[in-house]
Write a protein that binds this ligand. Structure first.
Ligand code: F6R
Length: 244
């Protein structure tokens, strides 16, 4: 638990930078699982600063993003493709071919094979060294909404109504929020060697308590993280308010 999201985000960026540098020192690529939304923004800001001021290179970094709305144009300012380029990729030396974000433009006929291929690409890259997560107020990680299984893989899902409401700010009106998304599964996340889940602010306090202290249960998919051998939950004091 950190005093502020600023301080917590810097600590998380430092961990990610350590992973990138230690892999690079061994001549290996670091494989990062990344999230969008408001929670990781300051982590990305700090990684960009380290790239500019401390020679942190992304040349040998491969990334896989958790999710994308469906359908979604890759050029839309509302999409996660746009978000990731704006918030991180345009400002560091990552190779475009090393960036993987679920494609919201894929046709419905191709979605099944596309998701299996996304999953295979993560494995072929050597698996995720670290997965960064936010948590939704439904208890979702990625867009694995309540009811998602521990064994779930990358797939097309329906968004919960609370998740849609929480996205109204970004889309203007509820009817404009896509009702579906492509998301990595709980299992896909779980395969990461290390998981770092971020939550900031009092709005997240009730679901953080359930995720951390509640019974492991698919009604709150984030509770599955309790079973992973290397998870860190990084909070500010407001998000930690309900923890016992
Ligand atoms: C985003 C994602 C979501 C968000 C969650 C929290 O890629 O997978 O699970 O992490 O909805 O969103 P914020 O950070 O905006 O509160």
């Amino acid at each position: 638990v950190f005093k502020s999201n600023q301080i917590g985000s810097i600590a998380v960026a430092e961990q990610i930078a350590r992973i990138i540098r230690s892999k690079a020192a061994k001549g290996q690529q670091a494989v990062l699982g990344l999230a969008t939304g408001s929670s990781p923004i300051k982590v990305y800001d700090e990684l960009i600063r380290m790239h500019r001021e401390e020679d942190l290179s992304f040349e040998h970094v491969v990334t896989f993003n958790l999710d994308e709305y469906y359908p979604m144009s890759n050029r839309s300012t509302k999409g996660y493709n746009y978000f990731m380029h704006e918030q991180l990729f345009n400002h560091v030396d990552i190779k475009p071919e090393n960036i993987h974000i679920p494609n919201g433009e894929i046709s419905i006929q191709e979605v099944h094979d596309y998701c299996a291929d996304y999953e295979r690409k993560i494995d072929e890259a050597g698996g995720l060294d670290v997965q960064l997560l936010g948590i939704g107020r439904t208890g979702h990680i990625g867009f694995n909404e309540p009811g998602s299984h521990l064994e779930s893989r990358t797939r097309l899902v329906k968004l919960a109504s609370l998740t849609i409401q929480d996205a109204v700010n970004d889309f203007g009106r509820e009817e404009l929020v896509p009702s579906r998304a492509i998301t990595m599964g709980v299992h896909s996340v779980f395969k990461a060697k290390k998981i770092i889940m971020l939550a900031w602010g009092e709005k997240k306090a009730p679901i953080v308590k359930e995720a951390v202290e509640g019974e492991v249960n698919e009604k709150v998919p984030a509770t599955f993280l309790q079973k992973h051998p290397d998870v860190e939950v990084v909070l500010d004091e407001h998000a930690a308010l309900h923890l016992s």
